[in-house]
Structure formats: structure tokens, C-alpha cells
Design a protein around this ligand. Structure first.
Ligand SMILES: NC(=O)c1ccc[n+]([C@@H]2O[C@H](COP(=O)([O-])OP(=O)(O)OC[C@H]3O[C@@H](n4cnc5c(N)ncnc54)[C@H](O)[C@@H]3O)[C@@H](O)[C@H]2O)c1
Length: 255
């Protein structure tokens, strides 16, 4: 672990959905920046692997399983962080699921609730518990980063439930600023475009090329390009940024 860029030194952070993809990259970047991390995921094996990778890099991490769609799990996760490390300074609500492309009129009740329970209920349950813990930080508050998407700003064919939840996350993020900025609690929504987290390897070459070309930069993003941004904006130097939506999108939303 590099010692020259420890801008999160002394901070206690939790990351949901940190067993894979963006969540794993975010947790590793938090670790490299000197934070102590509670790695959480519904998948115990993958989550433990992320915690081990942080330790291999010289960082400090422990794993706590949580299904973000369950309020009791969200509360137990925050309780674990506070019991283990004394406080919670940073929370990244990253866990999310995407539906198979389905036109809105064909979306079943089951599919709607499957997506909204993780992506939206999960962020609400998480933030409610996290804010309560951050209110116990002797006025120092804390930072919440919610992983939305470019689809928190625009629609996309066949992804109605996902688009709805990601727009709602952007709204909930603004609400934290309105309700809690006076207590030094801030929230930022991050909007990744299409990132190479594995699913893209199943695409046929034509669909893959079309996805690359949808980004002015001419390619999809790498998980590290999101992890690095999330760690940076979690730093105390970003204290005046609150309720904002930050795209990380290779220019996707710019045209
Ligand atoms: N990959 C992309 O292109 C992309 C783009 C924009 C936004 N996002 C968002 O980034 C976040 C992470 O996506 P990803 O691509 O890394 O996904 P991923 O599928 O690679 O990883 C998601 C992780 O979340 C965990 N998870 C799933 N349901 C959970 C639950 N109920 N409780 C706790 N953990 C759960 C999974 O076990 C997995 O480890 C999501 O919110 C997603 O919507 C991804």
C-alpha cells in the first residue's frame, strides 16, 4: 500500500455489494487511501475475498454479510461497523441489480419488486441507518456515496424498473443535503456509464461495438475508473459538495 496518498486515513467506511465489480474496486480504493473498511455483500465468499485482497494490500477490512433489501440487515451492518471500529464516517451504497431488457408494459409485479427492493429500498434502508450513526460523530457527520448510473438521468430501452430506481437514488441523494447538510452529513450520487464488470464478455461483437461507441471516449469504462472517483469524492476536502450527481461516463451524457 502506498503511504503517500492516505487521504482517508483514520476513516471508517462501509461498502455494500463489495464482493464484485464496482463495489470491489471502490472498497480496494478506500483501502489504498487509508480507510478501514467493512466489506459487505449478500455473497459471503466473494465479500470475504474482497476483504482479503484489502488486507493483502496492507489495509484493514472485515466482512459482514447483508442483503440490502432487508432493513434489519442494513441496520445490523451499521451496528457491526460501529461496534467493531467505534464509528461510521463513510458509506457507499453500491449494491444493485439490473433486469433483463423488458418493455415497460411487459414488466411483471415480481420483476418490478425484485429490482426496486434492492436498488431503491436498499439505498433508503442503508442511508436511514447510516445517517443515524453519522449523527453520533460529535458533529463531524459523514459522507454517503450512492451508486446511481447514467440511467439516473436518461431512459434506456427495456430497462424501465432500473431507470426508475436510479432516478430515485438521485432524488434521495439531494434529500440528504436538504435535511442533513446542517449536521455535516453529505451525500453524492455517482453515475457510471457502461463499465466492464463481466457481463459485457457475453455480448456478441456487434452489440459490444455499439456499446463502446455509445461513449464519446469510444469504449466502456473500467471498474478502477469508478473506484478512484468514489474514493476521491469521499475525502474531507470535498466537504462543500452535497446533493450532487457526478457522471463517470466517458462523455456519454454530454451528447
Ligand atoms: N457495471 C455497469 O456498467 C454499471 C453502470 C452503472 C451503474 N452500475 C451500478 O453499479 C452498482 C454495482 O454494479 P456492478 O456492475 O458492479 O454489479 P455486479 O453484479 O458486478 O456486482 C454487484 C454486487 O452486489 C451484490 N448484491 C446483489 N444483490 C445484493 C443484495 N440484495 N444485497 C447485497 N449485495 C447484493 C452481488 O452479490 C455483487 O457482488 C450497481 O448499483 C449498478 O446498478 C453499474
Amino acid at each position: 500500500m502506498s503511504q503517500d496518498n492516505q487521504f482517508l486515513q483514520g476513516k471508517i467506511a462501509l461498502v455494500t455489494g463489495a464482493g464484485a465489480g464496482l463495489g470491489r474496486s471502490i472498497a480496494l480504493h478506500y483501502g489504498n487511501a487509508g480507510a478501514t473498511i467493512v466489506v459487505s455483500d449478500i455473497n459471503e465468499e466473494n465479500g470475504k475475498e474482497t476483504a482479503a485482497l484489502i488486507a493483502e494490500n496492507g489495509g484493514t477490512a472485515s466482512f459482514k454479510r447483508a442483503d440490502v433489501s432487508k432493513a434489519a440487515d442494513a441496520e445490523a451492518l451499521v451496528e457491526f461497523a460501529v461496534n467493531q471500529y467505534g464509528r461510521l464516517d463513510i458509506a457507499c451504497n453500491n449494491a444493485g441489480v439490473a433486469p433483463p431488457a423488458t418493455p415497460l408494459a411487459e414488466v411483471s409485479d415480481e420483476l418490478w419488486h425484485k429490482i426496486t427492493s434492492v436498488n431503491l429500498d436498499g439505498v433508503f434502508y442503508g442511508m436511514r441507518a447510516q445517517i443515524r450513526a453519522m449523527q453520533q460523530n460529535n458533529g463531524q457527520g459523514g459522507t454517503i456515496v450512492n451508486i446511481a448510473s447514467i440511467l439516473g438521468q436518461v431512459g434506456f430501452p427495456g430497462l424501465g424498473p432500473y431507470v426508475a430506481t436510479k432516478h430515485a437514488i438521485v432524488g434521495l441523494t439531494k434529500q440528504v443535503a436538504v435535511d442533513y447538510a446542517s449536521q455535516n452529513i453529505r451525500a453524492i450520487a455517482v453515475g457510471p456509464a457502461f463499465i466492464k464488470t463481466g457481463l459485457e464478455s457475453n455480448l456478441d461483437p456487434k452489440s459490444r461495438a455499439a456499446l463502446d461507441e455509445a461513449h464519446p471516449i469510444g469504449r466502456m469504462g473500467e471498474p478502477e475508473e469508478v473506484g478512484a472517483v468514489v474514493a476521491a469524492i469521499s475525502a474531507p476536502t470535498w466537504s462543500f459538495v452535497n446533493g450532487s450527481y457526478i457522471p463517470v461516463d466517458g462523455g456519454f451524457l454530454a451528447r
